[in-house]
Design a binder for this molecule. Structure first.
Ligand code: 26Q
Length: 756
């Protein structure tokens, strides 16, 4: 193979020492410089029509390995480092992970940027440069502590740009500045950019070092400090609107300027630009573009509405009513009065066309329903998994589907194989190269592996790959939080934001069941390690209580010598992309146990499958598509169907108290409030969670609990047949190609964006 990089030469040149003599810190610096230079030299992807993927979140993860992969240098660099006694993984530990996202929607945006660049399409991400990101999660007294995440202090990827804009709010204006992060594509020369707007005059000093409380009224200083600042009070909600308007006003000005630079006369703007609106957080870009086209560029209102309606496309990521954004018109008028005027006019247009209050943009309480702006004044609405899109069409957005059936489509989510296979599991990537050749790296097609599921060599090699990944995960968890995990443990993982609908509490109730079962003398054949990870919104009290329950169970079990050798609970502190990269390759069991109908898609389900974990799941989101692909014998499904759940909500007949009273269930729920357990934990939190589950249980953990316990026990029994298990895992890997984000992006482009 041709030598594309000579690290030893670079080291001798720049440092005056051999690669073997250089420190990890020095090598990190060399690699950063090398990668940055190569990214800077790459030409921008071009084409007449350009995509702007606007998102409040981009959960991009560390970039060193990712960019080495995209530049085609990863394997060579790893090999040269290994030869000189260094480990790329250890060097990448020195990189701070950007804190620009919170969960699935943000990680999806990051996978999409990677795939857009890989397909050679012209498309940039547009978002904000949050100085302290979401927040850094610490655990103190078995509870979540939210701290500022100081990722920016050591950031090497941001490239400052000259561009600045003025953003005019109702009673003041601010100036922005722009930073870019280069996004190279895999196996092709061009690049795109992630464009992050920041606030000139932003003041990091107004945030204390040990909390995320800051002056929410200091808007000229705080607009780009945090992602999703606490909006449980009025000041917080206003800040959110200011922040969103700051993001979209910058985005709209950028879109118009770049189109002008490329020859648009703005009446043809939709031929030059398409905007993908990632959930409703960037929805105000629609009225803002219309405002700019009319006020600044002399285009008539109706014509501007037409232009923008041909360039705006919206992705819905949630069916939870509370996550569908609604803002009081008064608040929007205070933040951006002229943009709010446009919304009022859009509402009039929508009302004139459709005499149905269910589809009005501004409701009878003068509240603006953001998604409705997207649906009336965009040309595309998509859901993120087949089931989710059906629910949108038939239930949640039914009145809109009746009006605009042609606007609706499904785009099942995907994940980039660069990060979630080549980067995080190079041993598995090497196995695949040897087993089926290297085409999969370009095409994402892993189906040839299906012919090898009975092949003894492939099976035994898969066992080695999984063992190596477990070793890496074990040392990661020991290094980061002192957890010691038995070598032969079954690794069962539930990592995702903490939310009642995701039902981490149901998993916790299983743990209580298992604990009692072991206490009763049923000793498992293999130790079981249940790994959790995820942050809870600081204002979401029940989610904090669930974290507390899990951490308290972890401590309780660790302190019980009868049970500790067989059962262990680990909650990863500050779960983020890097942690995911360590944990996902090591997993045996992927927990995807949301209440059916509530998880729009899920994307970790795809990452686990790709890395050879078996899925234990409800038929929700993309789990449905995974189950169809791998067949019933290669997945473990349980629980009420989405139709059953929707009916329970519609009829109001779910009775948590009745389910709680079943003796087997009561025993488990009451364990939380048993005196000794309460004494170990925080009584107020445990009592509140207990009472919530026993009396309300809005997301129905008790509905599926018995079936969940039985199914999980079946999974554990099946684990004992190592060969049958390995075959199932290989079937899962072989079918995972369907979830490459390259496939997803090809569909967005073919059916929505029409770039190139
Ligand atoms: C809305 C209003 C007020 C405050 C906060 C929000 C808010 C913030 C973040 C609403 C939604 C989000 C994030 C949603 C999200 O991450 N959704 C996930 O998107 C993934 C990618 O499509 C899906 O796979 C997941 O199923 C979905 O939960």
């Amino acid at each position: 193979m041709a030598c594309n990089v000579d690290l030893n030469g670079i080291s001798e040149n720049k440092l005056g020492v051999t690669l073997a003599e250089a420190s990890d810190q020095q090598i990190y610096g060399l690699l950063m410089d090398e990668v940055r230079e190569r990214c800077a030299a790459a030409p921008l992807n071009d084409g007449k029509r350009k995509l702007y993927y606007i998102s409040a979140e981009f959960l991009i993860g560390k970039l060193l390995s990712n960019n080495l992969i995209d530049l085609g240098l990863f394997d060579e660099v790893r090999a040269q480092l290994a030869e000189a006694g260094h480990d790329l993984g250890a060097i990448e530990e020195l990189e701070a992970e950007p804190s620009l996202g919170n969960g699935g929607l943000g990680r999806l945006a990051a996978c999409f940027l990677d795939s857009i660049a890989t397909l050679g399409l012209p498309g940039d991400g547009v978002g904000l440069n949050y100085h302290y990101g979401l927040f850094h999660q610490g655990f103190i007294d078995n509870q979540q502590a939210a701290l500022p995440d100081e990722w920016l202090a050591e950031q090497g990827w941001l490239v400052p740009e000259e561009r600045t804009y003025t953003v005019e709010f109702g009673d003041f204006s601010v100036t922005s500045k722009l930073y870019d992060i280069d996004v190279p594509g895999y196996g092709q020369p061009g690049k795109n950019r992630l464009r992050l707007f920041d606030l000139q005059g932003v003041d990091d000093e107004i945030v204390p070092s040990d909390s995320i409380d800051f002056d929410k009224l200091a808007l000229k200083k705080n607009l780009t400090l945090f992602l999703y600042p606490d909006d449980s009070d009025e000041d917080g909600r206003m800040l959110r609107i200011y922040q969103q308007y700051f993001m979209v006003s910058n985005a709209a000005q950028l879109i118009i300027d770049e189109a002008l630079e490329r020859g648009s006369n703005l009446r043809d703007l939709d031929e030059y630009a398409v905007v993908q609106i990632n959930d409703t957080h960037p929805t105000m870009v629609i009225p803002e573009l219309i405002r700019l086209l009319t006020e600044k560029h002399g285009i008539e209102f109706d014509e501007a509405v037409g232009i923008v309606s041909r360039m705006a496309a919206y992705t819905n990521h949630t069916i939870l009513a509370e996550a569908l954004e609604k803002w009081p018109l008064k608040s929007l008028q205070k933040v951006a009065p002229r943009m709010a005027d446009v919304i009022v006019r859009l509402d009039k247009l929508a009302r004139a066309a459709h005499d149905d209050p269910r589809v009005a943009i501004i409701d009878e309480n003068d509240v603006v329903h953001m998604a409705r702006i997207d649906i009336h004044f965009g040309y595309s609405i998509n859901g993120v998994a087949a089931l989710h899109t059906e629910i949108l069409k038939n239930t949640e957005l039914r009145p809109f589907y009746d009006i605009y059936p042609e606007k609706f489509s499904n785009k099942t989510n995907g994940i980039t194989f660069r990060r979630w296979l080549m980067g995080c599991n190079p041993e598995l990537a090497a196995l695949l190269d040897d087993a089926i050749g290297t085409d999969w790296r370009r095409t994402g097609d892993l189906t040839p592996l299906a012919a090898l599921v009975d092949d003894a060599d492939t099976l035994s090699r898969f066992g080695e790959v999984k063992a190596a990944a477990k070793t890496r995960m074990r040392s990661f968890l020991t290094r980061t939080q002192g957890a010691k995990i038995p070598e032969d443990a079954i690794i069962d993982v539930q990592v995702k934001r903490i939310h009642e609908y995701k039902r981490q509490q149901m998993n916790a109730l299983y743990i209580i069941w298992k604990y009692l079962d072991i206490k009763n003398g049923n000793i498992p054949a293999h130790p079981l390690t249940i790994v959790f990870g995820g942050k809870a919104a600081p204002a979401y009290v029940i989610a904090q209580d669930v974290i507390h329950l899990v951490l308290t169970l972890s401590q309780w079990i660790a302190n019980d010598p009868d049970v500790a050798p067989y059962l262990q609970v680990v909650m990863i502190e500050n779960y983020n992309v890097s942690a995911a990269e360590h944990v996902i390759p090591a997993a045996d069991i992927s927990e995807q146990i949301s209440l059916a109908s509530k998880e729009a898609s899920g994307t970790s389900n795809m990452k686990f499958m790709l890395n050879g974990a078996l899925t234990l799941c409800t038929l929700d989101g993309a789990n449905v598509e995974i189950a169809e692909l791998v067949g019933d014998e290669n997945i473990y499904t349980f629980g009420a169907s989405s139709q059953q759940v929707e009916k329970l909500y519609a009829d109001g007949t779910y009775d948590a108290a009745a389910l709680y009273r079943r003796p087997g269930t009561k025993l488990l729920v009451d364990f939380m409030t048993s005196p000794a357990f309460m004494a170990t934990g925080n009584a107020e939190r445990l009592q509140r969670l207990h009472d919530d589950i026993a009396g309300k249980d809005w997301f129905m953990a008790l509905l599926d609990l018995e079936e969940y316990i039985q199914k999980k026990e079946e999974v554990l029994r099946d684990y004992e047949d190592r060969e049958a298990w390995g075959k199932k895992a290989l079937v899962n890997i072989a079918q995972a190609g369907a979830f490459s984000s390259d496939r997803t992006i090809a569909q967005y482009n073919g059916e929505i964006w029409h770039l190139k």
